[in-house]
Design a protein around this ligand. Structure first.
Ligand SMILES: Cc1ncc(COP(=O)(O)O)c(C=O)c1O
Length: 374
């Protein structure tokens, strides 16, 4: 199997599975229980929080465990809107994940979406032009899940805060964590979200970094420092801790990731009538490409016959009907847009797998084109 759908989810590490098994088989007590068995697990949970906080350069009181990226994004946005005062609008981009866009749309706030240019990036001047004295929140992706474009949030957030000190800034870091260095203090945003299953951890666990919390996100028994009630997902937290431990051991290995991506890019560029839609600054793990006179979905199914797994657009929005708004924003013609695939690598992907994939892709492209170009 060649798995190139790592933006949708990643394979959990063996150490993650082992840690979760320990939680399920041995450390199954409720961390809120007053007895020794409960306290021991509560202590381990707090040790994991302490260790994760070092990865983000944040304080342990700023890190809340959640069920993943969607909950973290919803929580950050709803909290900001709930405390809006006289504010009226939320500024974001036109290529955010649905867990950002749909929660804003469900509110009564005016939604301002700054459009990407034809390179797939936001121009900072356009972002600043969209913010005004009525802005409650600015929500930005760190790495875009479809194109891989990076927003230089360490540079932008301090400038936004300097110009509009009361505006809250949220950063969706789901596709960045584990792949880029993330320094919560240096970014200076109010909230930052991440999700375990995107970097070889378990599904259903993630976190929200919060500079200053105001009200609880979920009311109940007062778990998570009173902010997010509900019996903790201890197997998830143990697995998440193991995924971060692996990151610390292996480092971010950015050079390695860049070399692997350069290799894939060079191989794929040998196919004619191709548009590489991912442009620097971008994650070295994501490559979005369009192949004229093909169909992305047909390519996906031809490749799956060979146990090669890719995606046409983000898995979370594959239920979408109509044109992909990201591709429309890039100004791609319908012929290219319809032949778009997304390749997402991981630390486990090898250059040999990339080569094998490109050979299979070439074959599939030739087969489709021989029919479509008749
Ligand atoms: C950028 C981005 N934000 C949020 C999410 C949602 O994360 P989760 O699957 O943990 O709910 C995803 C998932 O693909 C994503 O890519």
């Amino acid at each position: 199997m060649i798995y190139l759908d790592n933006c949708a989810t990643t394979r959990p590490l063996k150490s993650v599975i082992d840690a979760m098994t320990t939680a399920l088989q041995e450390d199954f007590s409720n961390p809120s229980s007053l007895h020794q068995f409960g306290y021991a697990v509560s202590k381990k949970k707090e040790a994991i929080r302490e260790s994760i906080k070092d990865y983000f350069n944040c304080r342990s009181g700023e890190l809340y465990f959640t069920s993943g990226g969607t909950e973290s994004n919803n929580t950050a946005i709803r909290s900001a809107i709930e405390n809006k005062g006289a504010g009226k609008n939320v500024v974001t981009t036109n290529i955010e994940h649905p867990s950002i866009l749909n929660v804003i749309k469900a509110s009564e706030m005016e939604l301002r979406q700054v459009a990407i240019d034809e390179t797939g990036h936001i121009a900072f001047e356009n972002l600043m032009d969209a913010i005004d004295g009525d802005t409650v929140l600015v929500s930005l992706f760190h790495v875009n899940n479809e194109l891989g474009s990076i927003n230089p949030v360490e540079e932008w957030v301090p400038k936004i805060k300097a110009a509009y000190p009361t505006v809250k800034v949220h950063v969706d870091g789901v596709q960045a964590v584990g792949k880029l260095v993330v320094d919560f203090d240096a970014i200076g945003c109010d909230t930052y979200s991440f999700s375990g299953h995107k970097f070889h951890g378990p599904k259903g666990i993630g976190g929200l970094l919060v500079k200053k919390s105001v009200k609880p996100f979920i009311y109940g028994g007062g778990q998570e420092m009173g902010m997010r009630s509900g019996t903790e997902n201890i197997p998830g937290i143990y697995g998440l801790g193991a995924a971060f431990d692996a990151l610390k051991e292996e480092d971010i290995a950015l050079d390695e990731a860049e070399a692997r991506m350069d290799h894939l890019r060079a191989a794929i560029e040998t196919i004619d009538a191709i548009s590489i839609n991912t442009t620097a600054p971008a994650s070295p793990y994501i490559l979005n490409v369009s192949l004229a006179d093909t169909r992305g979905e047909v390519l996906l199914h031809m490749l799956e016959e060979k146990e090669i797994y890719i995606s046409t657009s983000s898995a979370c929005s594959s239920h979408r009907t109509g044109k992909n708004p990201v591709l429309t924003a890039l100004g791609l013609s319908d012929n290219f847009a319809e032949g778009t695939i997304r390749l997402c690598l991981s630390r486990e992907t090898t250059s040999e797998e990339c080569d094998e994939f490109v050979v299979a892709l070439k074959e599939a492209v030739e087969t489709i084109r021989s029919i479509m170009r008749r």
